[in-house]
Every structure is written in C-alpha cells, then in structure tokens.
Design a protein around this ligand. Structure first.
Ligand code: MN
Length: 153
C-alpha cells in the first residue's frame, strides 16, 4: 500500500491530468474485458478509508462489466455516454451522479462519439471484482436494453 503523502496542492493540467498523479493506461490484449480506458488515483487516504479515482475512456471505449461487495459513488466529469447499473441502462453526461450499490453489475461505455470520464469513490480495502459467467451474461442479455448496450462496439 502506498503510504506516501501527496503534496497538499496539486495543479490541474490540460486534458484531465493533474500534477503528481500518475496516468495509468490499462493494459489491453484481445481478451481484456475493457477497452481504451485509463485510470488516475487522485486521492488514496487511509484515514478516510477511501480512494478517489478518475477513469477516462476514449470514444467507443468501455469499462469492465463487473460486480463486487464494495460500492462506488460516481460523478461524470467529462463527456457523455451510457451506464449500466443492475438491470438499468441510462444515458449519462457531465456532472451526473451514479450510485453503484454492492453486488450490482455495472459498466460504463463512451457511446456518444466523445470521451467519457468519471470520478469514482471507493473503499481503500475492497474485494476483487467478479466477472459475469456465461449464465450471468445470458440473463443480462435477456433484458433488451442491456442486450443492445452490451452489443455496441
Ligand atoms: Mn466496479
């Protein structure tokens, strides 16, 4: 665990980057369950038991379809796209808030011809994300808006 304290003040740079924040493009290969998404950890505060991350995907990129015991609090910070939470798909755009409760399937997709970036609040100590089984995917795809959402790009 990283115990190094960041500077008290960190300046924003162009392109949704910040001083003293490392930009981590996700590795991708053919089997990766995500596409064209990067991650920056803005705050990792053990005293708050909380991290705040900024994820950004290029147009047509998407995050991993996953679920886990821990929850997320999300604010869309850049662009627009769509988001699946549980059995619901919604269009999302800048400054919208999305609550992702424990154990609901979730995924973000930059489906609106522009990048989609969001802040994501999460516990520092958290369980590993679960990926959907074939049965889980079939159940999700039995819901027409979710089938349409998952079949894009
Ligand atoms: Mn998640």
């Amino acid at each position: 665990m990283d115990t190094e304290q960041p500077p008290l003040f960190r300046t924003a740079r162009d392109g949704f980057r910040w001083d003293a924040v490392s930009h981590q493009p996700y590795k991708q290969d053919g089997s990766a369950p995500f596409k064209d998404i990067s991650r920056q950890v803005l705050f990792h505060e053990d005293s708050l038991a909380c991290e705040l991350r900024y994820f950004e995907m290029d147009s047509n990129g998407y995050s991993t379809l996953e679920r886990h015991e821990h929850a997320h609090g999300v604010m869309i910070l850049r662009g627009s796209g769509e988001c699946l939470v549980g059995d619901e798909v919604r269009r999302v755009s800048q400054f919208d808030l999305v609550s992702i409760p424990s154990m609901l399937w979730h995924q973000f997709r930059a489906t609106n011809g522009e990048p989609l970036g969001f802040l994501c609040m999460v516990n520092t100590q958290r369980d590993r994300p679960q990926l959907p089984s074939e049965d889980d995917l079939n159940r999700l795809k039995s819901i027409p808006p979710i089938a349409r959402f998952l079949e894009q790009s």
